[in-house]
Design a protein around this ligand. Structure first.
Ligand code: AMP
Ligand code: MG
Length: 353
């Protein structure tokens, strides 16, 4: 299959030309095809969420286990009621505050949503993205686009069309190139079928943000730890994910000790013939002596770190780095999402000094 590339040009307002491309891409979705598209979080791999055949194709293109449900993306509020059977008032408050935006909510599903899309569950995950290209594609593609991240299963989510093509060229019908996804980490997922609502995946919308709008929220116990004896409530969170090919270790502790530990271990690995890499904060970037040192951003700028993380993990792959050490990040606010993804990428390999 040849993968079509739609290059988008609009900046603030959607041009007529770009709208034409989105209509064409929407037709592909309606005909049961797959189109990858930008969102404000990461690139999604879209298919018609109400068509079981499309969802099957998504799993096949990604190599994703079929018990890992897909998020349905909508572009207007009224469509939520067509797929969710019970929408609690707290969900309306959250939608008011964070939609369109990087928040996914889980509801009891209506019959119209096929089990192929929900991985066999009676619940459905729904998000309304903010990106104009995404919203146009959803509108012209029938209103309900099922879309996981547009990477091969297990790889870091793509934050640009280039990375989508690296994984998906020849496996999907088209990709919409709309530049870099600005947030860089997947949406926050909140289960609205339980009371109080529960965070199943941390993201750009933080626990504090949610609490300000609806009061108490709880958190899946498995998010930041691997020693909890229960399965994560979002099936996808149980898989090793976001992982680079090299062996990644996170080092926690007092700054000077972390730098010293990483340099010592980088040297050992280098002497064994490994190609070494470090994920460093801007504050420490000049202190490391590895083959490849990547700056995640300033320790004081979580947003910068979030938007760089997946690209850095993929660059290590491009450069065939085999041993990687990363500094740890503060787990406050958005830092929780960053550490959640980093812990998964490292398979929870953490050294605490
Ligand atoms: P991705 O599409 O790669 O962002 O992954 C979607 C995430 O949403 C996965 O971790 C899924 O397990 C989770 N998810 C989707 N639908 C549901 C649902 N109905 N219940 C719980 N988790 C869900
Ligand atoms: Mg994913």
């Amino acid at each position: 299959m040849k993968t079509l590339i739609f290059n988008m040009e609009s900046d603030i307002e959607l041009s007529e030309e770009d709208e034409k491309k989105l209509r064409e891409a929407g037709e592909i979705i309606k005909a049961g095809g797959l189109v990858a598209f930008p969102t404000e979080t990461v690139y999604g791999l879209g298919g018609d969420g109400l068509n079981p055949g499309s969802s099957k194709k998504i799993y096949a293109a990604k190599g994703r286990p079929s018990d890992n449900p897909l998020i349905i993306h909508i572009y207007r509020m009224e469509d939520l009621y067509k797929i969710a059977s019970d929408v609690p008032s707290k969900a309306l408050k959250l939608a008011e505050a964070f939609w369109p935006g990087p928040l996914t909510m889980i509801f009891e599903k209506k019959d119209i949503v096929p089990f192929e899309t929900t991985g066999g569950l009676n619940t459905v995950a729904v998000r309304m993205p903010d990106d104009d290209f995404a919203r146009g594609l959803i509108k012209f593609g029938g209103g309900f686009i099922a879309a996981p991240s547009a990477n091969l299963s297990g790889k870091p989510s793509p934050t640009s069309a280039t990375y989508v093509l690296e994984d998906m060229e020849g496996r999907i019908d088209a990709v919409i190139d709309g530049g870099k996804a600005c947030i860089g980490l997947e949406s926050t997922i909140v289960d609205m079928t339980v009371e109080p609502p529960m965070i199943l995946r941390p993201g750009f919308v933080t626990a504090e943000d949610l609490k300000e709008v609806i009061g108490d929220v709880t958190q899946d116990a498995t998010l930041m730890r691997c020693d909890v004896n229960q399965a994560p409530k979002a099936p996808g969170m149980k898989y090793r994910h976001y992982a680079p090919k090299g062996e990644l270790t996170i080092v926690k502790g007092e700054n000077e000790k972390v730098i010293q530990y990483i340099n010592e271990n980088i040297n050992k690995a280098r002497n064994k013939g490994e190609k070494t890499g470090v994920i460093a904060t801007a504050e420490n970037i000049d202190r490391y002596d590895a083959h490849v040192v990547k700056c995640a951003g300033s320790r004081l700028q979580n947003k910068e770190v979030a938007s760089n993380l997946y690209e850095i993990l993929r660059e290590f792959d491009d450069e065939d780095v085999s041993v990687i050490y990363s500094e740890a990040f503060d787990e406050e606010g958005l830092g929780q999402a960053i550490m959640n993804r980093l812990l998964k990428a490292a398979g929870h390999r953490v050294v605490t000094l």
